[in-house]
Design a protein around this ligand. Structure first.
Ligand code: ZN
Ligand code: ZN
Length: 408
């Protein structure tokens, strides 16, 4: 066997960090990935779900393990002051010129997965089975995994027996956070059009006022969580935007609300959705609306639910590889992810874990001062800046340990 030149992961990360790309525009990133895959001697397919890339390592009989990394960046202006800070700009879907930054660590996800593939190739005498690596676009839109599935990624590559993925988070570097069951919430974005009848502001009796209808609906929606959901359960109903009217003496014909809903599982989703719909329709009826409100779902992210048995196996494997106590339960995150579509569509277990990228001393100082929320920048912050080491190494090794745990 020829000696392979190892990938310079630090240089790779810095290059990706300097060149972030918005969702579904990750063409340069995909090019870096395919260049490295080719250097590793791996065949790949690109342009899956627009900009996605996937590759397979076939190594005899055994389970099929999918490893997933997302690759998109965010419209955030980097303020870290790092020598390799991004000054990139991009064009968002509305056509607006925006700053672009890897403020969620997806550059680290890509780096770790490429490093893991290199290690898995180097140790292929020690395992058998198939590894499929998926580099997914547009996680920040909650749309990339569905785009890859719609483009046939589950048919074009060996079907998974387990789907594994990881996300960088503001924990101390070296620490891994994972829990069985719901790791991240499900979420839906809803638009609601409340249809009234417009007219002159001086003649309200001749109209059906959608402004009053919207106000009553927003207030009544607050009772879903406070009066209807079991207080022991988690749910969020946020009305994030409300628009109606153009002028003080015109009663508009309609009002539009935009809602963000969050819940821990599919049952709670169905329950909250039904309650929201009941209230929207009932308030329209209470206003005497002659047309039914129009409710549409703009996007849906499933709950990220970690399989209990697989998570127990993985926790033991991480503790065994990195030392007892490496793994903590970080609690449920109210944010959402689209990684689970790969597992749900295939009907197989998922484990999605978090790993830390904060200098351990900085973290300890903030913790001692009771200032973690103030002093430790979170994902999506212009100050989000993982330390390079041991974050890169732990990200690579976590994927390798996890993959080999589920391979033969
Ligand atoms: Zn993010
Ligand atoms: Zn992210």
């Amino acid at each position: 066997m020829t000696e392979r030149h190892p990938i310079d992961l630090e240089a790779l990360y810095i290059d990706l960090h300097r060149h972030p790309e918005l969702s579904f525009q990750e063409t340069r990133t995909a090019g870096v990935i395919t260049r490295e895959l080719a250097a590793l001697g791996l065949e790949f397919e690109e342009g899956i779900g627009k900009t996605g890339v996937a590759t397979t390592i076939r190594n005899g009989n055994g389970p099929v393990v999918w490893l997933r990394a997302d690759m998109d960046a965010l419209p955030v202006e980097e303020d870290t002051g790092l020598a390799y800070a991004s000054t990139a700009r991009g064009t968002d879907p509305a056509g607006t010129d925006v700053p672009v930054m890897h403020a969620c660590g997806h550059d680290m996800h890509v780096t770790a997965l490429l490093g893991a593939l290199e290690k898995l190739l180097a140790t292929r005498e020690e395992w058998s089975g198939t590894v499929v690596a998926v580099f997914q676009p547009a996680e920040e839109y909650g749309a990339g995994s569905q785009a890859m599935i719609a483009d046939g990624v589950l048919d074009r590559f060996p079907k998974p027996d387990v789907v594994l993925g990881q996300h960088l988070t503001p924990l101390p570097a070296g620490v891994i956070g994972v829990r069985p069951g719901t790791q991240m919430a499900a979420s839906d974005g809803l638009s609601v059009r409340l249809l009234g009848r417009g007219g002159h502001g001086s003649r309200p009796h001749a109209t059906i006022d959608p402004v009053v209808m919207a106000a009553a609906t927003v207030m009544r929606l607050q009772t879903v969580v406070s009066r209807e959901v079991d207080p022991r359960e988690m749910a969020v109903v946020t009305v994030g935007s409300i628009h109606a009217g153009l002028k003080n003496n015109i009663i508009p014909a309609e009002a539009k609300l935009e809602l963000s809903l969050r819940y821990p599982n599919d049952d709670a989703r169905a329950d909250v959705m039904a309650r929201v719909e009941r209230i929207v329709r009932a308030e329209a009826a209470a206003s005497g609306a002659e047309e039914e409100p129009v409710i549409s779902i703009d996007h849906t992210l499933p709950p990220t639910i970690n399989d209990h048995d697989a998570t127990a196996r993985l926790t033991a494997a991480f503790d065994n590889a990195f030392g007892a106590g490496t793994v903590i339960d970080p609690g449920m995150f109210t944010g959402s992810e689209d990684v689970s579509w790969f597992a749900r569509e295939s009907g197989v277990p998922l484990v999605f874990w978090f790993w830390g990228g904060v200098d351990p001393q900085t973290y300890a100082d903030a913790e001692a001062a009771g200032r973690i929320a103030q002093d430790i920048p979170t994902n999506h912050s212009p100050l989000f800046a993982p330390v390079l080491h041991p974050t890169i190494e732990r990200g690579v090794d976590a994927l390798v340990v996890a993959a080999t745990e589920f391979l033969d």
